[in-house]
Design a protein around this ligand. Structure first.
Ligand code: AMP
Ligand code: ZN
Length: 469
């Protein structure tokens, strides 16, 4: 398996720190409002990455944090006159509603900053003890950026460039403009924790370093997030973790490209965002997920009505193939799979090899999805109206398709309409159309059923149907 490592900017063979195991960390949301479709991109992609590692037989520990104390949460809590904890808990619950509806599994661990205070404080203390951090009279603690050899190595920025770009604030207590806060002294009205430097709260970067160390150890396999997190967030995580632990922080860095709208990054600050909730009300949740898989994770992806409609149409094709096969698995011929079915099943290994080859090539979901469509087309043909599908054949094809859809985390809609229900519903719709003397609609429904291999018979007892023989 090869992964493009943002650190080396090369595709590298994936070799885990511990054989057979994968430790993954993804920076999670700051919980002060609903997630937008841009935020959903990493959430969905890294869920698929985790599923894929599991499919390949790895034991995966996946950590995704919640930033539950932060300026934005405090502001929101003050606006609403409630505690920061109430805001955070509310939006964590909202996050899970969206994530579950998007088919995103819970991470192995979802740590919160507020539950990691002893470890955060311990990490800051270690950095102070080692001379990588310094407290200032106000009660803040800063990271001494220039002391860390290799600062800028992830974002590939020479330290001189960073220095010339850094803003100098006259009120700063920092030794250097590049230094960043590990611990912030509490201002009136803010939540605080006791620490060796007085009452305060952690900076954003330190929480990820502390959670990584607590839950995954000093060196993890993969650290992931959106590409906007490379600098300064991930650069700072590296500086903190490597200075404190004296070990490499993450073996591989994976960063997703932006979800754009009109070729601009979808973001809260630009105001050009749709919440997942609102987008799902129009297109449904699952098409949002499927849409994210249609492009390579590192390329920009444009959000538009057409692309979401395309995702809807693609999913419909997959669902209808599954419904048809599910019906046939119950109602097909008895006996061994027939020749047409066997011809597709005999190629299972090839479909699998190609699917895996694409996913192994830096997680190319777009081409992996196209292999799934090829398989579904072949399966549809093998059980088409001119064939005599067997239960065993349909069953085996369903299983093969599910192998891929489970990795991609699609077709999770549980309504699982059996073909029987669907045919009954269509017959009722046709009856209603006839009653309304809408002959065109009645004919259209009959033709649609015919295309599915269903023949209608008007009898005294009502409309009966059978599979075309
Ligand atoms: P934020 O809410 O900006 O802190 O972002 C939370 C996560 O969503 C981070 O991993 C970001 O990199 C990611 N993210 C935010 N906006 C986008 C976007 N438009 N496209 C892709 N990822 C994004
Ligand atoms: Zn982080």
């Amino acid at each position: 398996m090869e992964i493009f490592n943002s650190m080396t900017r090369k595709k590298e063979e994936f070799v885990p720190v511990h054989a057979g195991k994968v430790s993954m960390y993804a920076c999670g949301p700051t919980v002060y409002n609903l997630i937008h479709v841009g935020n959903a991109r990493p959430i969905i992609l890294f869920d698929v990455l985790r599923r894929y590692f599991e499919y390949r037989g790895y034991e995966v520990t996946f950590v995704q944090n919640f930033t539950d104390v932060d300026d934005k949460i405090i502001r929101r809590a003050n606006e609403e006159g409630v505690s920061t904890q109430e805001i955070a808990e509310k939006y964590i619950a909202e996050y899970f509603k969206d994530a579950e509806a998007l088919g995103v599994r819970h991470a192995t661990i979802h740590p919160k900053a507020t539950e990691t205070m002893p470890e955060i404080i311990e990490l800051v203390q270690t950095l102070v003890d080692k001379g990588y951090a310094y407290p200032v009279p106000s009660g803040d603690v800063y990271y001494r950026t220039l002391k860390f050899n290799g600062y800028g190595k992830l974002s590939h920025q020479p330290i001189e460039d960073l220095q010339s770009g850094a803003r100098i604030d006259v009120n700063d207590e920092k030794e250097n403009p590049l230094d960043f806060a590990l611990w912030k002294a509490a201002k009136p009205g803010e939540p605080y924790w006791d620490s060796p430097w007085g009452k305060g709260r952690p900076g954003w970067h330190i929480e990820c370093s502390a959670m990584n160390r607590k839950h995954l150890g000093p060196t993890i396999d993969i650290h992931c997030g959106g590409e906007d997190l490379q600098f300064p967030h991930h650069e700072n995580e590296i500086a903190q973790s490597e200075a404190a632990n004296g070990a490499p922080f993450a073996k591989y860095w994976m960063h997703n490209g932006f979800l754009n709208i009109d070729n601009k990054k979808m973001s809260k600050s630009l105001g050009n965002f749709f919440t997942v909730r609102d987008a799902a009300a129009v297109y449904g949740y699952e098409p949002i997920r499927f849409f994210m898989l249609s492009a390579h994770y590192r390329t920009p992806l444009n959000y538009s009505a057409e692309s979401l409609q395309q995702a809807q149409a693609g999913l419909e094709r997959l669902y209808s193939a599954r419904e048809n096969l599910t019906f046939l698995a119950k109602n097909g011929e008895e006996g061994q799979p027939n020749e047409a079915e066997q011809a597709v099943l005999a190629q299972a290994g090839e479909y699998r090899d190609r699917f895996v080859a694409y996913m192994d090539d830096d997680f190319n979901t777009a081409d992996a999805v196209s292999v799934l469509f090829e398989l579904v087309r072949a399966a549809n043909k093998a059980v088409g109206p001119d064939q005599k599908p067997t239960r065993a054949g349909a069953e085996a094809l369903l299983k093969l398709i599910a192998e891929f859809t489970d990795v991609l985390g699609i077709l999770y809609d549980k309504k699982e309409e059996s073909l029987d229900d669907m045919v009954e519903t269509m017959i009722q719709q046709r009856q209603a159309a006839r009653k309304a003397r809408n002959w065109a609609e009645a004919d259209r429904i009959r033709d649609e059923l015919k295309a599915m291999g269903i023949v209608l018979m008007d009898t005294k007892q009502g409309v009966q149907w059978k599979k075309e023989s």
